[in-house]
Design a protein around this ligand. Structure first.
Ligand code: CU
Ligand code: ZN
Length: 171
């Protein structure tokens, strides 16, 4: 049986191929990742983080709401598991080079919440890799803390409870 040429289907398939190519090119140009932050330890905190690869590291765009006004510790933790009510399942700070706290790969600048409990931060993190595997942050977790990180106390800066957690996913 002879197959007829179907222009509509052909166009549709071409458009899909083109869209896939454009998406692939965009992804190649700037790999990105994201995390949705959800409440932990009985807080009402939520937020989102977008990560975009830049030469030599990554840019983070962070927005968190529902915070107590003031300063909050913020880190990449080792395990992409926020299932425990207190987010303890995310384990300790991401630390592939086995350094002390203050120099962990997962140590990030604190978040500062305004009077409305909103914290917005854009920061470039040198050497942050958006890959999976031992040196990358993909499939790990962001954690927001109740208190400031003093960036000195071991092993985690005495930043208090984990009040929000989100797994870092590609895209
Ligand atoms: Cu932390
Ligand atoms: Zn640390």
């Amino acid at each position: 049986m002879q197959r007829r040429f179907q222009p509509f289907r052909f166009l549709l398939r071409s458009a899909a191929t083109l869209a896939a190519a454009v998406l692939a090119a965009a992804a190649w140009a700037a790999p990105s990742a994201h995390a949705d932050l959800a409440a932990a330890s009985g807080s009402e905190v939520s937020g989102m983080v977008k990560l975009v690869a830049v030469p030599g590291g990554a840019s983070l765009y962070v927005m968190v709401v529902g915070l107590k006004p003031g300063i909050h510790g913020f880190h990449v933790h080792e395990v992409g598991d926020c299932s425990a009510p207190d987010a303890s399942s995310a384990k300790g700070h991401f630390n592939p080079a086995a350094k002390p706290h203050g120099s962990h790969a997962g140590d990030l600048p604190d978040l500062t919440a305004d009077a409305n409990g909103v914290a917005i931060l854009k920061v470039d993190i040198a050497a942050m890799s958006l890959e999976s595997g031992p040196a990358g942050v993909l499939n790990r977790a962001f954690v927001v803390h109740a208190d400031p990180d003093d960036h000195v106390s071991q092993p985690a800066g005495n930043a208090g409870k984990r009040i929000a957690c989100g797994v870092i996913k590609a895209g």
